[in-house]
Design a protein around this ligand. Structure first.
Ligand code: GLC
Length: 621
């Protein structure tokens, strides 16, 4: 390090050292391991490339950079999208054409294909899967992305390693040092105790939370799949080593790191082993480590839980944890609204999010690589409409499989648990919106509506504050891929239904408004453009919902810097007439330029408006 860099590092560490030491000692009471950690922080800070050090400084000066409304993300599997990392680099112009400037790469680290869970079973945190390329390719991709103004995000799978990881192999051979990095039990009594209080993540594809290893005569804790061994964060060696892996990856040029399955990382007998207070201590320490070594990187927490459990992962204003969290409840409530055509729960959910401090930023999405879990506010649904949770989930699942009258969706169940009556749902946005069915039946009118509805849902998602994340393929209305059923490595996991190969032939029509793919691509582009350039879409804007007087319609208002935008979304197959008596005067349709009054306004079936009004003061500027 140069003298200046040395001073910078000392400044960064001195901001956090007291709290970091305090938390570390509280958890581990091990000062020599803490000293080792501090030395490593220095080493990783020194190893950062000149370009990344510059990025750190720029972002320290603009720490809210990720709150800009001009960021649009896309998540993708590298192999499905572009074969490998170098192929992906060549596809960056397409990504830019799609209006995307944040790439979330699905797991790409070394894994054994037979036991991979889509890459979430990592065998080596420091090696790229050979078919996808090398660490150098990753660094090169990051460099080119940065030059083009694109940010890069990757997963850090911290709850577990693959059974093929070096630590797991040594543990399996009976090496006590490595066994202590996992949860090993020689007799079934403690696992049985855990099973009494710990729910199951994959009740049908991977039942139970422990796996018996016959070769070494031990049970090992496996909350997810049997080949994903839970790490024991009560062991400071695990925490330290995982932090070194985290920093190693950050130094390859990441801008955002998604901390996978983070609520699960602390296990305690007699509890549900989710969201324990120690998880927050660890995430807070990660945030500080991040700010000391690589301040240009932000943390995206994967907390797929009910809202009261999600929000604490932002930490407090003084002691922040994650920068960003998934807006999972709004996502599944949106799909509930698609099936029920009743916007009341969604409105309530949006009001709850809008009431949170503006400092909290969410990652909004319609679909991702995982299934849709029906984590709705059943208490409210039951109290107000007498809706029963199990029956309602069944209805939603029936609806999205296309079994319900007038449903045009094509989805499949995931982890259908006969005992609890619970099941989750898979499928691409396009297939869930009816594009697959209309295409198969060559029904042009149905296709028109399905495409419009796909855009309406995206427009609704884009109106929420935060970073919108597209699921790759959705920009071209790609439908389900059933080929996974023929692959024995994938057949049992229906999430592969929406993890198909990118159909590049669709991109030939991306500007052809006669095709569904062209309509969706151009439609999304226009929305992304508006979102990125209008002040009303900024994080600072005021956001509210409006009374539409019709349960099938949702209306969202946004206001900032003299610009008011009202979005109106019709979830039904009927044209609707709406009046907003408080919003007088002319509004301009931001997409067509036409002018409307918000009295007796007709909203097309499955359609939407983005309507704008600028105040006098703004006009003068
Ligand atoms: C996360 C991932 C999911 C994976 C699980 C286990 O929830 O999103 O795909 O199966 O972690 O790592």
């Amino acid at each position: 390090m140069t003298k200046e860099e040395e001073i910078l590092f000392q400044n960064r560490i001195s901001r956090h050292i007291d709290e970091l030491r305090w938390l570390y000692m509280e958890l581990y009471d091990n000062s020599s391991m803490f000293a080792e950690l501090c030395q490593k922080l220095y080493d990783f800070a020194a190893e950062r490339s000149e370009a990344l050090k510059k990025r750190d400084l720029e972002r320290e000066a603009n720490p809210e950079w990720y709150k800009s409304n001009s960021i649009t993300g896309m998540m993708m599997y590298i192999d499905n999208f572009a074969v490998n990392l170098n192929g992906l680099r060549e596809k960056l112009p397409y990504i830019q054409q799609a209006g995307v400037n944040l790439l979330h790469l699905m797991p790409f680290l070394d894994t054994v294909p037979e036991r991979s869970d889509g890459g979430y079973a990592v065998a080596d945190f420091r090696t790229v899967r050979t078919d996808l390329g090398t660490m150098e390719d990753l660094e090169k991709l990051a460099m080119v992305c940065h030059k083009k103004g694109i940010n890069l995000c990757m997963d850090f799978v911290m709850n577990h390693t693959s059974q093929d990881h070096e630590w797991a192999k040594k543990a399996r051979q009976g090496d006590g040092e490595y066994m202590s990095r996992y949860f090993f039990f020689s007799d079934p009594s403690i696992p049985a105790e855990y099973e009494k209080t710990v729910p199951q993540v994959f009740p049908t594809t991977a039942p139970g939370n422990f796996t018996w290893l016959d070769d070494c005569k031990h049970y090992v804790m496996t909350s997810f799949y049997p080949y994903q061994w839970d790490l024991n964060y009560q062991n400071p060696r695990v925490f330290n080593e995982m932090m070194y892996n985290f920093l190693f990856l950050a130094n390859k040029g990441m801008d955002m790191i998604r901390i996978d399955a983070v609520p699960y990382i602390w296990k305690e007998l007699g509890t549900d082993c989710r969201n324990r207070p120690q998880v927050h201590t660890i995430v807070r320490m990660m945030r500080m480590i991040n700010e000391i070594v690589c301040p240009s990187v932000i943390l995206l927490g994967e907390v797929v839980m009910e809202p009261v459990k999600v929000v604490p992962y932002f930490g407090t204003i003084d002691k922040p944890e994650c920068h960003l969290l998934y807006n999972v409840t709004t996502m599944c409530t949106t799909w509930h609204t698609v099936a029920t055509k009743d916007t009341r729960l969604l409105r309530r959910q949006l009001d709850a999010v809008n009431a949170l401090p503006k400092k909290y930023v969410f990652l909004n999405y319609l679909r991702c690589h995982d299934d849709i879990g029906w984590g709705l506010d059943y208490e409210w649904l039951n109290l107000n409409f007498g809706i029963d949770e199990v029956l309602h989930k069944r209805y939603l699942n029936d609806y999205f499989q296309g079994f319900v009258d007038n449903s045009t969706s094509r989805g499949e169940l995931y982890n259908d648990d006969i005992t609890s009556g619970d099941a989750r749902l898979c499928g691409t946005t396009a297939s869930l919106c009816g594009i697959e069915k209309a295409g198969f039946e060559q029904d042009h009118i149905a296709m028109e509506r399905a495409v419009l509805f796909d855009l309406t849902l995206h427009a609704m998602m884009f109106m929420q504050t935060g970073i919108p994340m597209l699921y790759s393929g959705d920009e071209l209305a790609q439908v389900n891929d059933y080929s996974y059923k023929k692959d024995p490595k994938k057949a049992a996991d229906s999430r592969y239904l929406h993890r198909g190969r990118m159909k590049w032939e669709l991109s030939k029509h991306m500007h052809d408004l006669e095709t569904p793919e062209g309509k969706v691509f151009c439609g999304l582009n226009a929305l992304i453009d508006l979102r990125g350039t209008c002040p009303a879409f900024s994080t600072q804007a005021d956001v509210w919902t409006l009374d539409t007087g019709d349960n099938g319609l949702l209306a969202i208002g946004r206001y900032a810097s003299g610009q008011k935008v009202i979005g109106i979304f019709n979830f039904t197959e009927w044209e609707k007439i709406v009046t907003f008596s408080h919003d007088q005067g002319e509004f301009r349709d931001m997409l067509t330029g036409k002018h409307y009054l918000l009295q007796n306004l007709s909203v097309p079936a499955y359609g939407f408006y983005y309507l704008e009004q600028k105040n006098e003061e703004n006009k003068k500027n």
